[in-house]
Design a protein around this ligand. Structure first.
Ligand code: MN
Length: 256
């Protein structure tokens, strides 16, 4: 049985970032950490084991996730396109095999164990391809002739630069508590995006140019909270209520 203290502060795993130019360092942005703390959750960073342990990734991920109340898949570099069955084009960015494979193992373990998953930016992409979907390696290059919105903003990260049009009646609409009309202003720091939604998942928000900005599972019973968000709510929650609502809903799903 859960003690009162456990119930008050569930532990959430946060995936570590590896930068292409500093392969011997793993890091975590404070904005994720503080969004989790402020949501009354305890963040544990999940460091990536080196690639020689790849045969143990599934077991390690299973063991980690079984000790957690939820999983936060963070932003970062691009994903190796061969992992979703495509060749890498020159416009795909840097990726690290160990982070890609280990996060896929964590994501699949969390879904298998029915633990809440929140995927942010790279995290929505990782969630989608882990579940069998595909990505745009570069939204501009792979949508020629299409007038795309500003998805790589230069303004401060808490500021919204485009709308996410939220699917009425979706789980994400409920979570964000969107007003009638279903739009939220979001920030944008990505050049990749979900292309084909994974089987069992549906689009819950798009930008007006059609770029997918959020996904959720089709059947909520199968995966109680498995949400991918293309924007960065961890940089917005102090200024935008919909971003605070998202972390509150994640915390509730984790048992806070
Ligand atoms: Mn965007």
């Amino acid at each position: 049985m859960k003690t009162k203290r456990d119930a008050a502060y569930p532990v959430v795993g946060i995936t570590a970032n590896i930068d292409e130019d500093k392969l011997d360092v793993q890091n975590i942005y404070s904005s994720y950490v503080n969004a989790i703390y402020h949501a009354r959750l305890i963040p544990f960073t999940l460091p990536v084991p080196d690639i020689t342990l790849r045969d143990s990734y599934a077991d390690l991920a299973e063991g980690m996730v079984s000790r957690l109340s939820g999983l936060l898949l963070t932003g970062g570099d691009d994903v190796n396109a061969t992992l979703y069955g495509e060749e890498n084009f020159p416009f795909n960015g840097a990726f690290t095999e160990e982070r890609d494979l280990f996060e896929m193992a964590l994501c699949r373990a969390a879904v298998a164990q029915k633990k809440p998953v929140l995927g942010i930016c790279r995290g929505i992409q990782l969630l989608n391809m882990s579940m069998g979907g595909t990505l745009f390696q570069d939204i501009t290059k792979q949508n020629p002739g299409k007038a795309l919105l500003m998805h790589a903003q230069k303004s401060p990260s808490y500021s919204a630069v485009h709308d996410a049009i939220v699917e009425p009646g979706s789980q994400v609409a409920r979570i964000l508590k969107t007003a009638p009309g279903g739009k939220v202003g979001v920030n944008s720091f990505h050049h990749q995006a979900v292309k084909d939604t994974a089987p069992g998942f549906v689009v819950s928000a798009r930008a007006s140019d059609g770029i997918i900005e959020a996904i959720e599972p089709k059947g909520r019973d199968a995966h109680p909270f498995t949400i991918g968000i293309q924007w960065h709510p961890e940089r917005m929650w102090r200024h935008h209520e919909h971003a605070a609502n998202l972390f509150a809903a994640f915390a509730e799903a984790c048992g806070s």
